[in-house]
Design a protein around this ligand. Structure first.
Ligand SMILES: O=C(O)C(=O)C[C@H](O)[C@H](O)COP(=O)(O)O
Length: 211
């Protein structure tokens, strides 16, 4: 179920769940719940000590999932995530060194941008799919809509402050491939191992359509 390109990744589902895991033991049941709900692309953020092991476990045990690594902020993390079995990489922002390291893995990537200049810098390097972060704080839907005029060739995965209620408005934009967010995996549900709740949230998100 691994995407070969960022466009493939956009095709998997309208929403990429962004997951913060403090215990790698939660990784497999969490990923299974998301997949069962209809969201096969799962982004595990490298913000915790458990993250790389979580990526490894999901990659090894949940073949229906495409597990990606998020919060990739250094070239070393891009290499570590690829070695752990990540199927795609996501970063909150980008630098030339980080871009090169992500590209060197050969994995689909969504490097992060928040401005037209940052998007142009990545276009020059050959990227046409990007994360728009932090989506709501950086200008939200009106900002992305404005970018679609001069930069129609870029497709974005807006992430940051997006909810089940606001996602359809983003998905209606021509330059949005999918959206990302943490709302599918509430901290209390993960702590309680309430995978049914996670599955229900995933199912609702998988059914989201453009407004
Ligand atoms: O650290 C990163 O690289 C990230 O991926 C940041 C996340 O995209 C946001 O933290 C999403 O969080 P919500 O706003 O709760 O949906």
């Amino acid at each position: 179920m691994n995407p070969r390109s960022s466009e493939d990744l956009f095709q998997l589902a309208p929403v990429i769940p962004v997951v913060v895991l403090s215990d790698a033991a939660d990784a497999v049941p969490l990923a299974r719940a998301l997949v069962a709900g209809g969201l096969p692309a799962v982004e595990v953020t490298l913000r915790t000590g458990a993250a790389l092991e979580a990526v490894e476990r999901i990659a090894a045990e949940v073949s229906e999932a495409a597990v990606g690594a998020g919060t990739v902020t250094t070239p070393e993390q891009a290499e570590q995530a690829a070695a752990a079995g990540a199927a795609f990489l996501v970063s909150p922002g980008c630098t030339p060194a980080l871009y090169e390291a992500m590209a060197a893995t050969g994995l689909p990537a969504l490097p992060g941008v928040a401005t037209a200049s940052e998007a142009l810098a990545l276009l020059e390097r050959g990227a046409a799919a990007m994360k728009f972060f932090p989506a709501e704080a950086a200008g939200g839907r009106p900002y992305l809509k404005s970018l679609s005029g001069p930069l129609p060739q870029v497709r974005f995965c807006p992430t940051g402050g997006i909810t089940a209620a606001s996602a359809p408005d983003y998905l209606a934009l021509p330059n949005v491939g999918c959206v990302g967010g943490t709302w599918l995996t509430p901290e209390d549900a993960v702590a309680a191992g309430d995978w049914e709740h996670v599955q229900a949230l995933a199912r609702a998100a998988a059914d989201l359509r453009p407004a």
